[in-house]
Design a protein around this ligand. Structure first.
Ligand SMILES: [Zn+2]
Ligand SMILES: [Zn+2]
Length: 632
């Protein structure tokens, strides 16, 4: 059930400001106003009008009427408005105050609808923080400065992230998420940018490698001297014909000519087995020696056929991923080809333009940007190996989004912890909100957005969580300062002085004391689990190797994680977390918490030392401490 939090204090403050605001040049909207639409409104105009009226109804206690005739005191929408959007890019909008009234117009499929959401956020201070937490102050009046003239053009044509709330329709509309891979936005909302036939790793299926493995092994990739179904051979003309036919079949069945953009993904399978046959090798040798050359050539030729068949609103998508990450030379993607560059190998303790660790990726990004006008990104934002631990990337979220935008990127997918229903012990909702806001506008005031989120989600103690998150970011990275998406827990935040750890503990306590509802307290406790997991991995505070109760603390942490509803501790662990050996929980660091690990020699060795440490602290505590430091 949706829950609205009323901020009465804000209303009282606003009421107190009426004469001042009116005198200083504000239009004052109240329940007597009208929402003006054309005589025969479009579906988009009707949707925007009903959205505004519905939310005004909650703000004022009474919804304003939607009319097609009004002399004064109205918010005019779409064709009824005088806001000029002739120079505004697709799916953009303009909100203008003209002659004491408000005029809102949008372009293409969703400009007007998202303008309505922007108006509610900007002037009614309505924030959709999660799928269940919307903040909407109640008031008798809403103020719009008389000089208001907001023009917005989307920074990306396709935006997407997963986590939990971003899958929600209302959250997506309010926070600018438009891709249809994970959400459904109706036609009157403006629809979505859809992938037809699959989102990723489709080449094996589209080229039917399994079907032809015995009759036509030459269709398969020749990798390390053997034909393999793991990838197709992309210079074989029959493979091109098979794949093209399958793409056309998908389009015949699923194409929507009225959609703004539809995408068919022709993307390499998730492995390193690219074809090394003579044809592929010589084609790639002629294009800078880059395997991406045969990939681009392959999808270009499919894209040409798709265009010839008249599918003007369709783009063919392919990956720049692992072996195909560097851009080719002497060949460019067609204008109806999307290159989806993946940041899977990057460091997220540093921004993507950091010269020491992300230089290779940054070069590839800028190289692709030069030859591709439809560059998309597949980005990553959690620790997929040990998802319960802290992944302190908060400080690079906005900078990276700006880097993408400034390098000609047109579409964004930020993969997060999409399995939150199996494993939600971290800052998923906070990070999802920060990412969404940056997808909507990479130059937004993200600090303010994060602070607002923390206050709504964690309660009055949210400011302490916001501070904790900043401390985590400051300590991001292993001993070498870097952090990838498959790091061990302790390596995510290695250089962490004990005094700072104790400060963080104190901040969690203060935040919990300030919580006003059980929901806020639950949110705090769940996020704190990730800090406890890290402490257990790094041997800090109550999990110190000098503490004889360390094994008991670990058992408690394990039980609290199970009680939070987690049934898995990572992306694909397939682990039955209820069946983990008790000694593994007590004497191994959490990264070893997997069923069956009691026979793992590395885990056994660590357990042996920790058992001695627990029996004879602090003497063996010192030994165990240095031992785990060396082996971490
Ligand atoms: Zn080949
Ligand atoms: Zn780094």
């Amino acid at each position: 059930m949706k829950k609205t939090i009323s901020l009465l204090l804000v209303c009282l403050l606003l009421l107190g400001c009426v004469p001042l605001a009116a005198a200083s040049g504000c239009i004052v909207i109240d329940k007597t106003w009208h929402i003006l639409v054309p005589e025969t409104p479009t579906a988009a105009e009707t949707f925007a009008a009903e959205k505004l009226a519905g939310v005004f109804g909650e703000v004022f206690g009474e919804a304003p009427a939607i009319v097609s005739q009004a002399e004064k005191n109205y918010i005019a929408l779409g064709a009824a408005s005088e806001a000029d959007v002739s120079g505004v890019a697709d799916n953009g909008y303009r909100i203008r105050a003209i002659g004491g009234n408000v005029h809102i117009a949008g372009t293409a499929q969703r400009g007007l609808q998202i303008a309505a959401y922007r108006f509610l956020e900007e002037f009614c201070h309505r924030k959709v923080y999660t799928s269940t937490i919307t903040v909407l102050p109640k008031s008798d009046t809403v103020f719009v400065p008389t000089n208001t003239d907001i023009v917005y053009e989307p920074f990306f044509e396709s935006t997407d992230t997963d986590w939990k709330s971003p899958l929600d329709t209302e959250y997506s509309m309010a926070n600018g998420l438009t891709n249809g891979a994970r959400r459904t936005l109706s036609a009157e909302m403006g629809g979505t940018v859809d992938y037809l036939g699959g989102f990723c790793h489709t080449m094996g299926t589209l080229c039917e490698t399994e079907k032809y493995k015995d009759t036509h092994p030459e269709y398969l990739a020749l990798h390390d001297g053997e034909r393999t179904t793991e990838q197709p051979c992309l210079t074989n003309p029959d493979v091109l014909r098979i794949c093209t036919n399958n793409v056309l079949k998908i389009l015949e069945e699923q194409h929507d000519p009225d959609a703004p953009l539809q995408i068919v993904s022709v993307t390499q399978n998730d492995n390193f087995a690219n074809c090394q046959c003579e044809n592929c090798k010589s084609f790639e040798a002629a294009h800078g020696g880059k395997p991406s050359a045969s990939v681009v050539n392959f999808v270009n030729r499919i894209a040409d056929v798709v265009k010839e068949k008249g599918y003007d609103n369709v783009a063919i998508d392919t990956f720049a991923y692992y072996y195909s990450q560097p851009a080719p030379e002497g060949i460019v993607p067609r204008d109806n080809v999307i290159i989806r560059l993946c940041s899977i190998l990057c460091c997220f303790a540093h921004p993507l333009d950091h010269k020491a660790c992300n230089a290779e990726f940054y070069k590839d990004l800028t190289d692709w940007a030069k030859i591709c006008d439809r560059l998309y990104i597949w980005d990553y934002a959690t620790d997929y190996l040990h998802t319960c631990t802290v992944f302190p990337n908060f400080h690079v979220i906005q900078k990276n989004m700006q880097i993408f935008y400034e390098n000609n990127v047109k579409g964004m997918y930020v993969e997060g912890n999409y399995y939150m229903d199996r494993c939600d012990t971290e800052f998923g909702e906070l990070r999802a909100y920060m990412i969404s806001k940056c997808l909507q506008n990479p130059y937004c005031d993200l600090e303010k957005e994060a602070a607002g989120f923390c206050n709504a989600y964690y309660g009055p103690g949210g400011k302490y969580v916001h501070r904790i998150v900043k401390i985590f970011s400051k300590h991001a990275g292993s001993f070498d300062g870097h952090m990838c998406i498959y790091y061990g827990s302790a390596a995510c935040m290695r250089p962490f002085p004990a005094v700072t750890a104790r400060l963080v503990d104190a901040l969690w306590k203060k935040a919990a004391c300030a919580a006003e509802t059980d929901e806020q307290l639950n949110n705090l406790k769940r996020s704190e689990l990730s800090w406890r997991w890290w402490k257990a991995s790094a041997g800090k505070c109550e999990f110190s190797f000098f503490n004889p109760l360390r094994p008991k603390e670990k058992e408690k942490l394990y039980q609290d994680i199970l009680d939070s509803g987690a049934v898995d501790f990572g992306e694909y662990s397939g682990n039955d977390v209820r069946a983990i050996d008790r000694d593994v929980i007590r004497y191994a660091v959490p990264d070893f918490w997997r069923s069956g690990n009691e026979t793992n020699p590395e885990c056994q060795e660590q357990m042996k030392i920790e058992k001695m440490a627990a029996a004879f602290p602090p003497l063996f505590g010192i030994v165990a401490y240095f031992y785990t430091m060396i082996h971490a």
